[in-house]
Design a protein around this ligand. Structure first.
Ligand SMILES: Cc1ncc(COP(=O)(O)O)c(C=O)c1O
Length: 441
């Protein structure tokens, strides 16, 4: 069975068997090298087979490979929790994120946050029950039933719709959808006004709102103004509902700051982390919560406890990888390095943006996206049957670059270790494949 993910379509092509990885390169079994421009589904941060993370995992494997994380604990899980809480987004005057719950992949992390929000209100005795979640149009939070229920991408959702929990979807603040002459901020404010109405309409029914701050990744690398997040924070407070920030794809430096929420100066009540958490080495998720949320579950009754566990929850190897990755952020001053890299990406993107089929070039930190359309304006998408994105993907592979699109959106989301020559290769390849893929469209 093939994996089916945000960028489905490329799976129709022959598989590329990979023998090894080295920095931003993947090396095929036939010796061909591919520049990993998408960080292998957005997980890799410091390069493939990064020696310091590899060594930390090997050391941990020789010491303790796995232990039940119920009634037992281990040093790497404790240290990682402390370090995550120390760097988590913080807002003056708000109780900080104070506790960490581990799971073992992004979707599981979302399930944890959703269940925790619902259960907290239930424990508080709210009647009638708050059972609904608010999510954004064009959002994506994973593939399990709960995560899919708060996702709004028809490709993944449609088939399973009868199984899903009913959610309330609010308009996206996506700046690409701004009307002619409307600023990204005005577009964000308009979406926040619509959200305010929705929350009024459903007052008392909702337990949490979940969103991808700054960047809807699977939805086509769509970006929004941080003003939206500030309004959402206020609205969640007014209505007494939890704000769940899904930083599974955008956390750990992707957007230019360690966490995307920082750019809006907000702190969520629940913060979901995964993907880059381990530097891309091993599956792990962490859900950070406030003390007040934690306290809502402290009780002798089993009914009131949060009974949610996965066998590999808080796996020591994954925690060791995560600690090593955080160490690299400090020792290599990754956030500063990324600023310089992001500036180079912006320069390289500019020329590509002037191509006649590029309707929009957008960037948030270490993510750049190019929206391809028939006439180079927003109103003329290519006919999906033309498979423009897929053609670009194939052409890029032939040139030694893994540039896997989302529909007709090409994007760069490379490992942070990408160097100047590799960036140039990426830009040259992107320009060439846009030409190739749109030539007969
Ligand atoms: C924002 C976001 N949330 C959740 C997930 C799900 O994570 P996983 O694939 O580890 O289940 C993804 C995966 O792409 C994601 O982009």
């Amino acid at each position: 069975m093939r994996a089916h993910h945000p960028d489905a379509g490329a799976d129709a092509l022959p598989l590329v068997p990979v023998a090894s990885g080295d920095g931003a390169w993947l090396v095929g079994q036939d010796g061909r090298k591919y520049l990993d421009a998408v960080s292998s589904w957005w997980v890799n941060l410091h390069g493939h087979a990064e020696p310091r993370i590899a060594e930390a995992v090997a050391r941990q494997a020789r010491t303790l490979e796995q232990v039940i994380l119920a009634g037992f604990s281990h040093p790497a899980a404790v240290e990682l929790a402390e370090r995550l809480l120390a760097i988590a987004p913080r807002e003056a005057g708000r109780d900080p994120l104070a506790k960490v719950f581990y799971a073992d992949n992004g979707s599981a992390g979302i399930e944890v946050a959703l269940k925790m929000a619902f259960h907290w209100f239930r424990n508080r005795g709210d009647e009638p029950r708050r059972t609904k979640f608010v999510a954004l149009h064009n959002g994506y939070h994973g593939e399990t039933i709960g995560a899919l229920s708060v996702g709004d991408i028809p490709l993944y959702r449609r088939v399973y719709a009868p199984l899903l929990v009913e959610s309330i979807f609010a308009p996206t603040p996506d700046a690409y959808l701004a009307r002619d002459g409307q600023s990204a901020q005005a577009c964000a404010e308009e979406a926040a006004d619509a959200l305010a109405h929705l929350l009024d309409e459903h007052a008392g029914e909702i337990c949490a709102l979940v969103l991808e701050p700054l960047l809807q990744c699977a939805g086509g690398m769509r970006m929004h103004h941080p003003a939206y997040l500030r309004r959402v924070r206020e609205l969640c407070d007014v209505h007494g509902i939890f704000l769940i920030a899904d930083e599974i794809a955008v956390g750990f430096g992707r957007t230019g700051t360690m966490f995307a929420c920082e750019q809006a100066g907000i702190q969520p009540d629940l913060l979901c982390l995964s993907k880059g958490l381990t530097g891309g080495f091993l599956p792990l998720a962490a859900v950070l919560a406030t003390q007040a949320i934690y306290d809502g579950f402290v009780d002798a009754s089993r009914e009131r406890a949060f009974l949610h566990s996965h066998s590999y929850t808080g796996n020591p190897l994954a925690c060791a990888a995560a600690l090593a990755s955080l160490g690299i952020f400090e020792s290599d001053d990754i956030l500063s390095r990324n600023q310089a890299t992001a500036a180079k990406m912006a320069t390289l993107a500019k020329t590509i943006g002037s191509h006649r089929h590029v309707a929009d070039t957008r960037q948030t930190g270490m993510v750049v996206a190019f929206e391809l359309t028939r006439d180079g304006d927003r109103g003329t998408p290519f006919d999906p049957a033309q498979r423009v994105g897929l053609r670009a993907y194939r052409a890029a592979l032939e040139r030694g670059v893994l540039l896997r699109p989302l529909g007709d959106v090409l994007y760069w989301m490379p490992p942070y270790c990408i160097d100047d020559a590799q960036l140039q290769l990426l830009a040259d390849t992107t320009a060439a494949v846009i030409e190739d893929a749109t030539a007969c469209a």
